[in-house]
Design a protein around this ligand. Structure first.
Ligand SMILES: O=C(O)C(=O)C[C@]1(C(=O)O)C=C[C@@H](O)C=C1
Length: 287
């Protein structure tokens, strides 16, 4: 069960924060599946490919992001300490501020959305889509924004995780020592939990296989179990498709599950850890 920041209070536990990270896995997998139905549509990411009547200079995606983020800023999305905008100079909210519990020290100082955008456009999109152009620019960019917002939220959640680890009496003094000596490597070592990462990647693969199945050609019995689906559907008890007997056999899913796993292994987890280290390095600035 995960609850939002207003309900979690001033000291969310590491368990509660990890629950949110687990729920965000679902959001990210479904967002990737949604984007993968459209072609790569490279032109939407390239500056100068389209001209804008309002004088915008930049890619179609950057135009769309700015418009969407302006609306979201007006309803105070970026006042939430776990929401980070990709564009600058956003308008003030039309709603009064909410009273978020002060969990983080200087919550908005670190924002690595430029890095996330770069990985997303140059690695994720080419990985999950077929090359080519199907003219679905608005639909593709809408899905891109959903993917980017979910990835950004997940990765910047590292600040909350870092704060919780910093507050833990068992490791507090060690964190303070490494922060004072600005020892990034030691901080990285201390905050890393290899077992949690390993479990996460296993769970993610299972989810990507299950959520990614195309059940449109499957016959489904009264208990919701699928039988002999053409496209990687399960036999009800196993996450493997009917006919696939070993975990080595490839399952055809709407988004390549190995790609989802490598996205997390090579980018999402390392970037979250980068945010954690950066946050910790500034943790004592105001004390
Ligand atoms: O759960 C944690 O302890 C985290 O710091 C989050 C996270 C992750 O990105 O999923 C990052 C570092 C740890 O090694 C394990 C997992």
């Amino acid at each position: 069960m995960s609850r939002n920041l207003l309900i979690l209070g001033a000291a969310p536990s590491l368990g509660e924060l990890r629950d949110t990270l687990i729920r965000l896995e679902d959001t990210i997998i479904f967002a990737l599946i949604e984007r993968s139905q459209f072609k790569q549509n490279r032109d939407i990411y390239e500056e100068g490919k389209m001209s804008f009547k309002d004088g915008h200079r930049g890619s179609f995606l950057s135009w769309f992001l700015k418009e969407v983020e302006c609306v979201h800023a007006r309803v105070r999305r970026y006042q939430s300490p776990d929401e980070y905008a990709f564009t600058d100079n956003l308008p003030e909210p039309i709603l009064p501020p909410l009273d978020y519990p002060p969990v983080l020290v200087d919550p908005k100082q670190i924002n690595i959305n430029d890095e996330i955008l770069d990985v997303y456009i140059n690695t994720v999109v080419p990985g999950i889509t077929d090359t080519g152009d199907d003219s679905n620019y608005g639909s593709s960019a809408t899905r891109d924004i959903e993917c980017l917002q979910a990835l950004s939220r997940r990765i910047h959640y590292g600040k909350f995780v870092a704060e919780s680890k910093f507050q833990d009496p068992c490791t507090h003094d060690e964190y303070v020592r490494h922060i004072r000596s600005k020892n990034r490597a030691k901080l990285m070592e201390l905050l890393t939990n290899a077992r949690v990462e390993e479990q996460l990647l296993k769970r993610l693969k299972a989810k990507a296989i299950i959520y990614g199945q195309d059940l449109s050609t499957a016959s489904i019995d009264g208990n919701g179990h699928t039988n002999g689906a053409a496209n990687g559907a399960t036999n009800g008890t196993s996450i493997l498709p009917a006919g696939a007997s070993t975990s080595e056999e490839r399952v055809k899913t709407r988004v390549d599950y190995d790609l989802v796993v490598s996205l997390y292994r090579d980018y999402v987890i390392p970037l979250t850890k980068e945010v954690e280290v950066e946050y910790l390095l500034h943790r004592l600035d105001c004390e």
